[in-house]
Design a protein around this ligand. Sequence first.
Ligand SMILES: [Zn+2]
Length: 138
Amino acid sequence: MLTTDCAKIYVDLVGIICQLTWYIKNRKEFEEYLVNNERHVQTIARKSRQAKKAYEEVSLYYTKVLWACENNDFSVLRTKFRYLDFSESNHLSAREESIKINYEKFISETPRCTVCGGFIDGDQKVKKAHNCCKQILS
Ligand SMILES: [Zn+2]
């Protein structure tokens, strides 16, 4: 019985490490997609109304975005989330334009992980890597 439990735990751990590796590999593109489509999660949460349903739908959205990054095929998002706006809005009010410029400036100045290229906290001048990136990919 103990051997079966250990084997199951091992298989679960390997699965988690594989998923983490998959995430780290695509993290930069994944995060950039979320930044460029920052209203999607808000729209999904608002549409779902209940917290549990919103959590499940946002989780599914993240999984599909990650899959799309891995496969360079974002059509799956348009198919699954038909109610989301995938068009680039060129008609912004002065206030929206100002918010957009400040947001883009903030994002461009946010430090990046030296391993995966994803966003990382801290001083822009100091080169840093996520702990998971250091442990899994090195
Ligand atoms: Zn990283």
